[in-house]
Write a protein that binds this ligand. Structure first.
Ligand SMILES: Cc1ncc(C[n+]2csc(CCOP(=O)(O)OP(=O)(O)O)c2C)c(N)n1
Length: 327
């Protein structure tokens, strides 16, 4: 069980990430509506938000150091922020500004942060072999840093998943594979794409531990991740954690979600993991109602500051279009 300080830190992280995602959602639609135009507005292009999945990122990241490598997907903000990415640089990158992590050239799906060893990609399952590479390098350097790879349940059907688990197991590398099972790959439900209910069962095929966290509870995720991270750090090899989590919004912003019933969407809001966690902390006296409210207010200030920074930052100069890009 996390101590009181850890619980409070996790609560704050959950709250700030949720507010960040909700704020990006609002900003994203600026200039795009009433007739949705994906290319127009403050943040042109696609936007994949992770509201609902914050507990996975926060529960795992509570065990990590900035020197641990983290790889994520096209839905990366919760993981990036939980691992310590600078919120201003993240916002600026999303806005395509010069002050962003990649000078505004990567956008929200291609965040790279040397300060926290973080990378992500729009290519499904790409982060898994990359994490194996990080862990191999750490092992060769004699470091006890580890690599964590977050991916969706859809990605678990890619060849890269199997190749990565195989090599990480064979070479006993310090990797924690974290499957965020939000039950949907765009509009495809998991049971139309995968023959087994739990991807964690696949760990057995590689001789590594597979742990199922059946609900979206930050504490249960923290506990499962604690074991996997310490095993990886002490040279005990990789493990696979699967969390049944919730994607509260569409696959991308602008997705009408015709494949989900209004009842399902309402149920998701009702069982929101952050509100449930907050209620539990207040009931157990780990947090007062006032502390909870203060956390939301403090996070609001932090998020607003990041958005203001992004808004007021300059775009990259056209003459710099070919700088810092590789092909
Ligand atoms: C290699 C590859 N194949 C297909 C796609 C198109 N694509 C983008 S997101 C997505 C679904 C991913 O589902 P999942 O891994 O469950 O992640 P989630 O979106 O639920 O977070 C697909 C197929 C892609 N980006 N890369």
């Amino acid at each position: 069980m996390p101590d009181n300080k850890t619980l409070r830190d996790m609560h704050y992280q959950l709250v700030r990430i949720r507010l960040f995602e909700e704020t990006i959602q609002k900003v994203y639609f600026e200039g795009k509506t009433p007739a949705f135009d994906i290319a127009a507005g403050t943040v042109p292009g696609e936007m994949h938000l992770a509201a609902g999945q914050e507990p996975v990122a926060v529960g795992v990241a509570a065990h990590l150091r900035p020197s641990d490598a983290v790889t994520a997907t096209h839905r990366p903000h919760h993981i990036a922020l939980a691992h310590g990415m600078d919120i201003r640089k993240l916002a600026a990158e999303i806005f395509g500004k010069e002050t962003g992590l990649g000078h505004g050239k990567g956008g929200h799906m291609h965040l790279f942060d040397p300060a926290t060893n973080f990378g992500c990609s729009g290519i499904i399952a790409e982060g898994m072999p990359t994490a194996v590479g990080h862990a191999l390098a750490f092992k060769k350097q004699g470091r006890d840093d580890i690599a964590v790879s977050f991916f969706g349940e859809g990605a678990a059907n890619q060849g890269a998943f199997h190749e990565s688990l195989n090599l990480a197991a064979l070479w006993r590398l310090g990797v924690v594979f974290v499957c965020e099972d939000n039950a949907w790959a765009i509009s495809v439900p998991k049971d139309k794409a995968t023959a087994i209910a739990n991807n964690s069962d696949r760990a057995a095929a590689y001789g590594i531990p597979g742990v199922l966290v059946p609900d979206n509870d930050p504490v249960a995720i923290y506990e499962a991740a604690g074991e996997a991270v310490s095993r990886a750090r002490r040279g005990g090899g990789p493990s696979l954690i699967e969390v049944k989590t919730d994607r509260l919004f569409g696959h991308f912003e602008g997705d009408a979600q015709a494949y989900r019933t209004p009842q399902e969407l309402a149920l998701l809001q009702e069982r929101d993991a952050i509100r449930a966690f907050e209620r539990r902390l207040i009931e157990s006296a780990d947090l007062t109602a006032k502390d909870a409210q203060d956390a939301w207010e403090r996070a609001r200030t932090e998020v607003d500051d990041a958005i203001d920074f992004a808004r007021s930052s300059p775009y990259p100069e056209p003459s710099a279009a070919l700088q810092h890009v590789f092909a």
